[in-house]
Design a binder for this molecule. Structure first.
Ligand code: ZN
Length: 99
């Protein structure tokens, strides 16, 4: 007797052109550091800009990330310990919250 797993129905992508999903935000966030460094191809840049226009969360994040990056560029970058990383993350989050 062989049991076959029923194939799961695939969810079709939504028809709306810009659907805001958490997954989409994550994808954008992954590209953000390259975006800030102007290292992305134009079409991806455009995509991110559009997303930022629609998404206050990501927009704030970029603003604080930009600030952090420019602060870091002013100093030679030492390797960060796990503690320092956590602290930095906290500062970024606080900066984003206080806006
Ligand atoms: Zn977003």
């Amino acid at each position: 007797m062989v049991k076959r797993a029923a194939p799961k129905p695939r969810r079709r992508p939504a028809a709306t052109p810009h659907q805001h999903e958490a997954g989409r935000c994550l994808g954008i966030l992954r590209e953000l550091s390259d975006f800030i460094d102007d290292e992305l191809p134009n079409d991806i840049c455009l995509q991110i800009r559009r997303h930022l226009g629609d998404c206050p969360h990501c927009e704030e994040f970029v603003a604080s990330l930009r600030q952090t990056v420019s602060l870091c560029r002013g100093n030679p970058a030492p390797a960060l310990s796990a503690n320092e990383r956590a602290l930095m993350r906290e500062k970024i989050l606080n900066a984003a919250r206080s806006r």
